[in-house]
Design a protein around this ligand. Structure first.
Ligand SMILES: [Zn+2]
Length: 359
C-alpha cells in the first residue's frame, strides 16, 4: 500500500520506500521513531509541529487508516498542529521519557499502551490553523510517501489554490464557523478513500488518482456550494473548549497491523534506479503551479504522446514535471531546453494543450 501510495503516477510504482520513511519504520522503538519524525520535520524547516504519540506508534505499525469513515484517519491533516512554545519543549523532550520507559521494558501497563495509541483531532478554527495543518500534513506525507508522490503533488496544488482564494475562504468563514473543519474533513475523507484504493489495488492502474484531485472541493467553496456534515467526532458544545476532541482509542481499530512485515519483505531490488532532475527545463513546457502531474497529464492521451525520434517518445515527466528516473524508457529525450528540436517542441506544446483542454 505504501508503495502504491508513493507512486508519482499510474505508470511507475517505486520498488522501494522513501529513505525517510524507512528511517522511521526501521527505528528500534516507537520513541526513537518519534524522534526521527521530529528531526525530519525540522530538517524540512518546520520546527513547531506537534502531533500525538499515537500518530507515531500507528505509523510505526503501518496503520494509516481507521476502519470507520466517521472520524479523521491517523495519517490526516487533523493530526498535526502548531506547537505552542511550552508544548514544543514537551514534544521534543517527551521522547526521552518514553525512551526510558521503553528501554527498561515491561514498564508499560496495558492502559499506558492504549493511551499511547490514542489519537487526537485538532479542529482548525482559523484560516491560519487550517493552512498550517495542511502544510504539516504535506510534509508528513513527504516523509512517509516522498515528495514526488501523487498525494504530495495534490496537497501542494491544493495549498496554492487555497492561498490564491484566501479572501473567499475568509468571506465564507463568516457564514460558517466550522468551515475550516468541514473543508479539512472533506480533504481527509478523499485521502482516506484514496488510501483504501491503494491498499486494495493489486495493480497501480486500479487506483483512481482523481479521488485526490482537490479542485472540485475548492470550486465548491468558491461558488458557495460547499456543504459537509461533520461526523459526531466534531460535535462541539463550546468551540473554544472542545477544539480538541479525542477520538476512540486506536487499539480498538487496528486493521492494518502486520503490514510492516510485508513492507520489509518488499524491499531490496531496483536499487539501480535513480531520480534525475531536469536542470534546464523549457519554460513553455513545464506545469503551472496549480496543475498536478498525476491528475492533469499522467494518464491523459497517452497514445498521442509525441515521438522524440525513432526509438522513443518525448518524456512528458521530464519536460512537465522537471524530473524523471535513470531507467526511463524515454530517457533519450532527457535533454536541456536548448537541445529540444523545434518540431518536438511544437508537438509537445500541442499535446499539453490537448491535455489541458479536458477532452
Ligand atoms: Zn523520462
Amino acid at each position: 500500500m505504501l508503495l502504491f501510495a508513493s507512486a508519482m503516477d499510474n505508470e511507475t510504482v517505486p520498488t522501494d520506500l522513501t529513505d525517510s520513511c524507512k528511517r522511521v519504520i526501521n527505528s528500534k522503538t516507537v520513541a526513537l521513531a518519534k524522534q526521527e519524525i521530529n528531526l525530519q520535520f525540522k530538517s524540512r524547516g518546520l520546527n513547531m509541529v506537534s502531533f500525538p504519540t499515537g500518530y507515531t506508534s500507528n505509523m510505526y505499525n503501518g496503520i494509516l487508516l481507521w476502519s470507520s469513515m466517521d472520524t479523521p484517519s491517523n495519517h490526516s491533516p487533523f493530526t498535526f498542529r502548531e506547537a505552542e512554545p511550552i508544548r514544543m519543549e514537551e514534544q521534543m523532550n517527551r521522547h526521552l521519557t518514553l525512551q526510558l520507559i521503553l528501554t527498561q521494558g515491561k514498564g508499560m501497563t496495558v492502559d499506558e499502551i492504549k493511551a499511547a495509541n490514542k489519537q487526537e483531532v485538532h479542529a482548525p478554527m482559523t484560516f491560519t490553523d487550517m493552512t498550517m495543518q495542511l502544510q504539516m500534513f504535506t510534509i508528513a506525507n513527504d516523509i512517509f510517501l516522498g515528495e514526488i508522490s501523487v498525494g504530495s503533488q495534490c496537497l501542494r496544488s491544493l495549498q496554492t489554490m487555497i492561498d490564491r482564494n484566501r479572501s473567499i475562504f475568509w468571506a465564507r468563514e463568516i457564514l460558517d464557523k466550522q468551515l475550516y473543519s468541514k473543508f479539512l474533513f472533506a480533504i481527509d475523507s478523499r485521502f482516506q478513500i484514496w488510501f483504501k484504493q491503494c491498499r486494495n489495488a493489486r495493480n497501480c492502474n486500479k487506483v483512481d488518482n482523481n479521488t485526490i484531485n482537490f479542485t472540485p472541493v475548492v470550486s465548491q467553496v468558491l461558488y458557495g456550494s460547499f456543504h459537509y456534515n461533520l461526523p459526531p467526532t466534531f460535535q462541539m458544545k463550546d468551540p473554544a473548549v472542545a477544539a480538541t476532541a479525542t477520538t476512540k482509542s486506536a487499539s480498538d481499530k487496528k486493521e492494518n497491523n502486520g503490514n510492516k512485515d510485508s513492507q520489509q519483505k518488499k524491499k531490496k531490488k531496483g536499487e539501480d534506479r535513480a531520480m534525475v532532475k531536469n536542470e534546464a527545463p523549457h519554460p513553455e513546457l513545464y506545469m503551472l503551479s496549480t496543475e498536478t502531474w498525476a491528475i492533469n497529464f499522467a494518464s491523459k492521451h497517452v497514445d498521442k504522446r509525441p515521438k522524440w525520434n525513432e526509438t522513443c517518445h518525448c518524456c512528458p515527466r521530464w519536460f512537465l514535471k522537471k524530473y524523471c528516473f535513470s531507467d526511463c524508457k524515454n530517457k533519450n529525450s532527457h535533454v536541456k531546453a536548448n537541445d529540444i528540436p523545434m518540431e518536438n517542441l511544437t508537438n509537445m506544446k500541442a499535446w499539453i494543450k490537448l491535455c489541458r483542454s479536458g477532452n
